[in-house]
Design a protein around this ligand. Structure first.
Ligand code: NAP
Length: 407
């Protein structure tokens, strides 16, 4: 006699939900062969179909692929209170109400899985929760937004920002309203979730500082290429001086960094620790089938008793002014003494220079330099002083540089 099927209630039947239903249908027999039970969808909820209470009643496991905060939050809380395991792909919800959900999952001793909420098909949640559960992590760098990575890859090939964005929209990599992606907010939500997993501290979306890519210019990328640098939108979560810093920002990387070669709409995450040096995973960060495959992986993880919800949070101070190397772009009048005046101001703020490119453009010159690490407040103070010089012709531009290289 074969075992009872695993009854799944599916909340949402859009891009991910429909792909999940199809993939489940294809893979159900194989899953049954390995795990002894066949997963079946017993109810589907959309705005025009199904009733939540009835779906909950008929299911053992709830898969939430609706998105948004409400009613997804209420449904997941109700499902866990009723003793159901839950799987969600909802980064907004996890990054803003994660603690509430984790606490209830611990209280009710149910599983709460959310692999697809972070980097689509890249199994970084499982890496942190299971494989590296005993490894003290020092830093995570991630390219966790495929839309911006695609746009920056196109800009590196010579497109302007508006051209690259329009192309991303034509190919379906960017939505008609791309603001969540290009402002860095989407990546910030994902970094909040990763930071909670890696460092155990209760990081919420509002704790993550983020800066987007709208203001970036292709000429910055050209100059940076001469310095051996490529530009990415990076999310960083790192432990420093007993505190924690979580931020999203455009950053230049040297070619030796594992994330420097990740281009197009891909996602990738590098986890660093003394014990493992670094581990990098990359793959598709979005797409119906790709995300559905991560959701189905979570269903199987629940069937096999996979990881428990994260432990109660630790108190870690969130830091703001962390040191970084910077790229600094100055548009100046080409006259004697300018370079000396610039280096004096930088020196007064303890900003030391690693490399410089100087380009004469008639009466003007471009000074493009990379600094050694310095607290951001120091660089801002130096920029404020530089702006007062008459020979500085436009607002200086600065971008973080990630210095680590491996291998
Ligand atoms: N798309 C991706 O590539 C991707 C990647 C990673 C993670 N995710 C996450 O996966 C989730 C789903 O994304 P998606 O792209 O599949 O979204 P979607 O295409 O907009 O589908 C959302 C589905 O949820 C239903 N829904 C929304 N609000 C509802 C409500 N109040 N009551 C009942 N049903 C409701 C919609 O119903 P109707 O059909 O009636 O409109 C639709 O079926 C989101 O959390 C998203 O962040 C998506």
């Amino acid at each position: 006699m074969s075992a009872e099927p695993l009854r799944i209630g599916l909340l949402g039947h859009g891009t991910v939900g429909a792909a999940f239903a199809e993939l489940l249908d294809e893979r159900a027999e194989e899953i049954e062969r390995f795990n002894g039970r066949r997963p079946v969808i017993t109810g589907v909820l959309t705005r025009s179909r199904g009733e939540f209470a009835q779906i909950l009643d008929g299911a053992e496991l709830i898969v939430e692929v609706m998105g948004g905060i409400e009613p997804a939050r209420t449904y997941l809380l109700e499902a866990m209170r009723a003793g159901r395991d839950v799987v969600s792909a909802n980064k907004q919800l996890l990054s803003q109400h994660g603690e509430e959900l984790f606490e209830l999952a611990r209280e009710q001793d149910v599983r709460l899985r959310f692999e697809a909420a972070v980097a689509g098909a890249v199994p970084v949640v499982r890496l942190l929760e299971e494989s590296l559960a005993a490894t003290p992590i020092e830093r995570i760098h991630g390219i966790v937004n495929g839309t911006t990575n695609y746009i920056l890859s196109e800009m590196a090939r010579g497109s302007t920002y508006p051209q690259a964005l329009a192309q991303a929209q034509r190919l379906g990599y960017a939505e008609a309203d791309p603001s969540d992606d290009v402002s860095g907010r989407d990546a910030a939500a994902k970094m909040a979730i990763l930071a909670r997993l890696a460092f155990g501290a209760p990081v919420h979306l509002q704790d993550v500082s983020y800066e987007g890519i709208e203001h970036l210019r292709s000429d910055d990328m050209e100059y940076a290429r001469e310095l051996g640098l490529g530009l990415k939108l990076i999310g960083t979560a790192e432990r420093r001086d007993g505190g924690l810093s979580v931020r999203v920002y455009p950053a230049f990387l040297y070619a030796g960094h594992p994330l420097s070669s990740v281009s197009g709409p891909f996602n990738a995450v590098t986890v660093e620790s003394e014990a493992i040096t670094e581990i990098t995973m990359s793959g598709p960060g979005a797409g119906g089938l790709q995300t559905a495959s991560a959701v189905l992986g979570d269903v199987v993880s629940v069937m096999t008793g996979g990881a428990r919800p994260p432990a109660p949070p630790l108190a870690l101070q969130l830091l703001e002014d962390v040191p970084s190397a910077f790229y600094l772009h100055l548009d100046v009048t080409d006259e004697p003494g300018v370079l000396a005046a610039v280096t004096r101001v930088l020196g007064e703020q303890d900003v030391s220079i690693r490399s410089v490119v100087q380009r004469g453009l008639g009466e003007r010159a471009r000074l493009v330099m990379v600094t050694h690490p310095v607290p951001e407040s120091r660089l801002r103070a130096a920029i404020a002083q530089l702006q007062r010089f008459e020979f500085v012709r436009s607002i200086p531009r600065s971008i973080c540089v990630i210095e680590e290289e491996f291998g």
